[in-house]
Design a protein around this ligand. Structure first.
Ligand code: SF4
Length: 389
C-alpha cells in the first residue's frame, strides 16, 4: 500500500498569474518598460503568493521610481494584491539605504528593494525583503568585437568589472574572449558578486594592465580607480556602445584628503559623530568601534543622527561648537564633496588614521567599506579584543 501523496497546494493567484503571463508580457514589458530590463515579475508574484501578503512595500532608486506606477498597477489590477502597495519615497543611493524601518512602520509584511545587491543581510531586516537586482541586458557582441579590434592577442589579461545590473553578461563575454586573450579575469571582493563594484567597495586589482568597466556614469568606476590607481581603465557604455579610456588623478585625491586630515590633527578639540539615518547607512558596528577609539584616546564627542549630511546642515550644527565631523554613513560623501564642506568631514577609515590605528598609504586609498576582508573600520569586521586593549 502506497502512502497517500499530498498534492502540492497551488494558490489561486499563482494559477491566475500563469494565465495572464502572456498578456502581461506583451502589454507590460513591450509597451511600458524597456524590454531589456528584468523586473523579475515571476519571482515577485511567487514571493507575494507564498504567504498571501497583506501589505506590500516597494523601494526604488530615484531613476527607477517612474516604473512604480506600472508595476503596482499591473499587480493590483491583475489581482495579485488585496490592497494597494506602498512605496518608500526616501532617496535610495545604494543597498545600504534599505528602508526596512519604514516598511515595519507602515505594517508591511513583504517588501521589494529594486536596483541593488543584498548588502544588509535579510535576517537582520525587520521585514522580509526581496532584492530585485534589475538586470539590464544588452547586445554583448559589440563589446566583444570592439575589444578584439582594440586589444591585440599579445595582451596578457583583461579584467571585467561592473555594477550588479550588468554582471550577468560576464559569463558570455568570458566564453567568447577566452580563446582570443591569454587571461580573462572577473575579480571578486566578497561578499559582493564576482565582478561587482560599489561606490565604496571594489576588488583590488593592483598592477592590472587592462580593466574594462561596463556601465554608464563615473561613480562606481571611480571607486575601482581609487582602489587600483596604477591600472589602466576603460569604460564601455552599454547604451551608446562606446569604449573610452578613463583616468583619475589619485595624486590630487590623496593631496586633498591629506590636507583635510592635517587640518583635523591641528584642530583636535570638539568632535561630532553624524550617523546616517537613511535606511541602514549608519552602521552600528562602525559606530561602536569609533566610540571605543575615542574612549581609549579620552576624547569627548557629540553624537547626532541625520537623514541628510549637507553643507547647510553642518554649518548650522557646527557653528562655533564643532571642529571636526565624523560621518558614519556613506564614505563617498567625504571623498566626493569633502572640498566644499566648511568643516573636515572624516570617514571611519580616516579617524583610524588620525588616531594612529592605521597608516595612510601614499599611493592608494582603501575602498573596502562592505568587504569581508576590509580593515577594522569597515562594516562587517567585528573588533578583536586585542586591538583595543
Ligand atoms: S555606502 Fe555609499 S557607496 Fe556604499 S553602497 Fe551605500 S550609498 Fe553606495
Amino acid at each position: 500500500v502506497f502512502p497517500l501523496i499530498k498534492k502540492k497546494k497551488v494558490f489561486p493567484f499563482f494559477k491566475k498569474y500563469v494565465l495572464v503571463e502572456k498578456i502581461f508580457l506583451s502589454s507590460f514589458y513591450f509597451k511600458q518598460t524597456p524590454h531589456n530590463y528584468n523586473f523579475e515579475i515571476e519571482k515577485t508574484v511567487k514571493k507575494i503568493n507564498r504567504k498571501i501578503s497583506r501589505k506590500i512595500c516597494f523601494q526604488f532608486p530615484e531613476g527607477l521610481q517612474k516604473f512604480y506606477l506600472f508595476l503596482s498597477d499591473f499587480f493590483f489590477s491583475k489581482g495579485f494584491f488585496f490592497r494597494e502597495p506602498v512605496i518608500s519615497n526616501r532617496i535610495s543611493f545604494g543597498a545600504c539605504c534599505i528602508d526596512d524601518i519604514f516598511f515595519k512602520l507602515v505594517g508591511a509584511d513583504t517588501s521589494f528593494h529594486y536596483g541593488h545587491s543584498c548588502l544588509v543581510p535579510i535576517i537582520k531586516c525587520l521585514v522580509p525583503i526581496s532584492y530585485i537586482f534589475l538586470e539590464i541586458y544588452f547586445d554583448q557582441s559589440f563589446l566583444v568585437e570592439i575589444l578584439k579590434k582594440n586589444f591585440g592577442k599579445a595582451e596578457s589579461s583583461l579584467n571585467f568589472l561592473s555594477t550588479i545590473q550588468f554582471i550577468s553578461c560576464f559569463k558570455k563575454i568570458e566564453n567568447e574572449l577566452i580563446f582570443y586573450f591569454k587571461k580573462i579575469k572577473i575579480p571578486q571582493n566578497k561578499p559582493l558578486s564576482p565582478g561587482e563594484t560599489l561606490g565604496c567597495t571594489s576588488p583590488s586589482l593592483w598592477n592590472s594592465k587592462n580593466i574594462v568597466y561596463i556601465g554608464d556614469g563615473r561613480f562606481h568606476l571611480e571607486s575601482c580607480m581609487i582602489e587600483s590607481p596604477n591600472s589602466r581603465f576603460f569604460q564601455y557604455n552599454p547604451f551608446s556602445h562606446l569604449l573610452f579610456v578613463t583616468e583619475f588623478s589619485i595624486k590630487e585625491f590623496l593631496e586633498e584628503r591629506k590636507f583635510i586630515l592635517l587640518k583635523s590633527i591641528i584642530n583636535q578639540k570638539n568632535f561630532c559623530f553624524i550617523t546616517g539615518a537613511l535606511g541602514r547607512q549608519g552602521d552600528a558596528n562602525i559606530f561602536k568601534k569609533i566610540k571605543e577609539i575615542f574612549k581609549i584616546k579620552k576624547f569627548k564627542f557629540f553624537s547626532i543622527f541625520s537623514t541628510e549630511i549637507s553643507i547647510d546642515k553642518l554649518d548650522i550644527l557646527g557653528f562655533k561648537k564643532i571642529d571636526i565631523f565624523i560621518q558614519i554613513a556613506c564614505p563617498r560623501l567625504s571623498y566626493d564633496w569633502g572640498k566644499i564642506f566648511n568643516f573636515p568631514l572624516l570617514t571611519s577609515f580616516e579617524v583610524s588614521v588620525l588616531f594612529g590605528f592605521t597608516v595612510l598609504n601614499n599611493t592608494r586609498y582603501s575602498m573596502d567599506y562592505f568587504s569581508n576582508s576590509g580593515g577594522f573600520w569597515t562594516t562587517y569586521i567585528k573588533p578583536k579584543k586585542k586591538f583595543f586593549f
